[in-house]
Write a new protein. Sequence first.
Length: 190
Amino acid sequence: MSDSVVAYDVLAPSRRRFLKQAAGCTGLILAPLGAIGAQVSPVRCVSFVNTHTGEALRAEYRGQDGYRASCLEQVDRFLRDFRSDEVHPIDPRLLDLIYELQVRANRAATFEVISGYRSPRTNAALRKRSVGVAGHSLHMDGRAIDVRMQGYPTRKLHGLALALRRGGVGYYARSDFVHLDTGRVRMWAG
């Protein structure tokens, strides 16, 4: 499959559309990973819907020969700061975390994006309103994302993310999302 991204403007895709998208994610391993020695496919596909804009994206961002630059650019655009429309490169390892979570959850599910890239100005504004926003958030480096998985308990998603032992994992039960980043290993609850 060539670099592929499909965008559409719906908040809740129909079951049929979801199943078509899931089937379109070639190479997606649907068996749960064991704790040690687990393998994931070199061909990787992720699906997102932005909770603020309603935009959706299905991206086969990695092929047999590595990351697909043109697809990563589309991911960068999708995960832009929706408040300012600023685009920033997203760390491909963040996509790998998302992909590995869907494999561990044993489902090709769509991730609802609460926050991807944040401009410094947006981050400063959010920090004024909440003590839970870091002064130099990894969101500003394109290395963090706040998500939930459609049809999957966020508490369980949090547990799967912790089991990966890669990067930061924050759990926001009241707001129903998990923060993931490619920084050092750490955890917290908000």
